[in-house]
Design a protein around this ligand. Structure first.
Ligand code: AHR
Length: 360
């Protein structure tokens, strides 16, 4: 019998749980109304043929009879609208499937030490599978070794860890290709600028794989293919709208000739747009704006002509997470990297219908 209930109170107190007002385990949480859940709206293009209710059906944990699939999820925090969408999707999916799934959820409030503490609690709880998005790439060896020693498979979600730490430290990763996203952003940027211009870059959280790899993809493409595009400056905005605005304000004070900004996520792009407007310039025209994520706010900005492009990075991962967790519990082998299929959206493709159809 899993020790979920016994240890739940301690975890809740230690972590200051939980985003979205739910308790730290979905077994006690009432299922939200279907219309409140992200997955209740149309699925991303590649999944559009599936009805929402079909998506909400949990995989059966075949080899364990009636025993539920117990998953510990150590979320990073609430830095962006994208992160909230991922949290909502995971909690909603678990709440829709309480007959087969038990979710222990921790909000680490942007701190690696809190994620590590939550993972250690999940080990104590003897959950079936641990899933978490590593806030940064490094520093996971000790706690992941403990997971291994406890025989608990680990799913990395939406971000990776430093490869030199050893790929055998985790079981699989369910995530987008962040290098690809950076490259796609650079390709669109080159088009927007007609091959010539000065760009500033708003980076995500220092040391996060999503930031490191998006930067690598963007900077390498520009360096190798765009001799007349100069990256004037590149600084972290920590994936938040507030810091995106603040750093863009400082770029605008330092440089009078910025043609474009590449933002590692849409929240920072939305903050940068505010800063550009407050400086008396027109975002999307005077300064081109390219982001990553594909959140609804970015689509609204593209429709308003204030943003030029977003490269999608889907946060709708719950079904894959629980499906994969069930397979791991059943002793099945899964791919080392389960890659999301994402799209690239430019402003000319965006209509009100497209905005309304966005799932997150
Ligand atoms: O790891 C995914 C990134 O984390 C998203 O792009 C960003 O919005 C989030 O905070």
């Amino acid at each position: 019998m899993k020790k979920v209930v016994a240890l739940l109170t301690g975890l809740t107190m230690a972590m200051g749980l939980v985003a979205c007002g739910n308790s730290s385990t979905q077994t006690a949480a009432p299922a939200p109304a279907a219309e409140e859940a992200p997955a209740a709206e149309p699925a991303p293009a590649e999944e559009e043929t599936e009805a929402p209710d079909e998506q909400a059906e949990a995989p059966a944990a075949e080899s364990t009879g009636n025993e539920k699939l117990v998953v510990g999820f150590a979320q990073i925090g609430q830095e962006s609208g994208w992160r909230d969408a991922e949290t909502n999707d995971v909690q909603w999916y678990a709440a829709r499937n309480t007959d087969t799934i038990e979710l222990a959820f921790a909000d680490a409030q942007q701190k690696q030490e809190n994620q590590i503490k939550a993972i250690r609690n999940f080990i104590e709880m003897d959950v079936d599978v641990i899933a978490f998005p590593p806030v940064v790439e490094t520093g996971w060896e000790a706690v992941l070794t403990e997971c291994q020693e406890a025989g608990i498979p680990v799913i990395l979600v939406d971000r990776g860890i430093d490869a030199s730490a050893g790929e055998d430290l985790y079981t699989t990763m369910i995530a987008s290709d962040h290098v690809w996203a950076g490259e796609q952003a650079a390709i669109v940027m080159n088009d927007l600028l007609g091959g010539t211009g000065k760009v500033v870059e708003l980076e995500g959280t220092v040391g996060a794989s999503a930031a490191v790899q998006r930067k690598q993809g963007f900077d390498d493409y520009i360096a190798n293919n765009c001799p007349d595009i100069e990256i004037l400056d590149s600084q972290t905005g920590d994936f938040t709208r507030a810091m995106g605005k603040e750093v863009m304000e400082s770029f605008l004070k330092s440089y009078s000739d910025i043609d474009a900004v590449f933002c590692h996520n849409d929240d920072m792009a939305l903050g940068a747009i505010e800063a550009i407007k407050e400086a008396g310039l027109k975002p999307g025209e005077d300064i081109k704006v390219v982001g990553v994520d594909g959140v609804k706010g970015a689509f609204e900005s593209m429709l308003a002509g204030e943003m030029n492009c977003t490269v999608e990075c889907t946060p709708i991962l719950a079904q894959q997470i629980f499906d994969t967790a069930a397979k791991l519990k059943n002793g099945e082998t899964v791919d080392k990297w389960i890659m999301s299929a994402d799209g690239v959206y430019t402003a000319d493709q965006v209509t009100q219908e497209v905005v309304d159809g966005r799932q997150y």
